[in-house]
Design a protein around this ligand. Structure first.
Ligand code: S3P
Length: 168
């Protein structure tokens, strides 16, 4: 099976789908945020508080190329498409899947997810979250080689759709 890179906004299900896809296909899976946390030695929230978003984005780019070369199924962080340099690296990959989700559904999922702390959405209103999401939509779309709608679908349905469309 081709390498699969999952992109999409926070709450799109990148981690869940990546894990399930790996299980289904017996491939290795890595979650980008886990790699970053291992590298920075603290939570992403603490890193944002102490060093800011720009420093975070730099580490993200530093880790990206290494990870793309090594891993089979990769769930990226939602902001990976912000830098042109990252988008170029991703476009060289055989299969980049954009998990596309309705804004209302994303807001609902992010509100329900009280377990993880995401600095860009914590304590933010739905309007503020959408203001982060909207400008990213064209970046996800231009970077992806496959767009999969996730709204109202189960993780299993999404994984099957990826496998069929990817010709795996
Ligand atoms: C971010 C998404 C997060 C994490 C960081 C920034 C973003 O990853 O990398 O909080 O800018 O969208 P998830 O998309 O896995 O939540």
């Amino acid at each position: 099976m081709k390498k699969v890179i999952l992109i999409g906004f926070m709450g799109a299900g990148k981690t869940t789908i990546g894990r399930l896809l790996a299980e289904e296909t017996n491939q290795s899976h890595v979650d980008f945020d886990d790699l970053i946390v291992a590298e920075i030695g603290m939570t992403i929230q603490d890193f944002f508080d102490q060093h800011g978003e720009e420093a975070f984005r730099k580490i993200e780019t530093d880790i990206l190329a290494k990870t793309l070369a090594k891993e089979q199924i990769i769930s990226t962080g939602g902001g990976i498409v912000l830098k042109e340099e990252n988008r170029q690296l991703l476009k060289e990959m055989p299969l980049v899947v954009y998990l596309k989700t309705d804004p209302e559904e994303l807001i609902h999922r992010l509100k329900a997810d009280t377990g993880s702390i995401r600095p860009l959405v914590v304590s933010k209103s739905p309007e503020e979250i959408l203001a982060v999401y909207r400008p990213r939509i064209p970046l996800y779309e231009e970077t992806a080689s496959l767009i999969v709608e996730t709204t109202n679908k189960t993780p299993e349905e999404i994984v099957q759709e990826i496998l069929i469309k990817a010709g795996a």
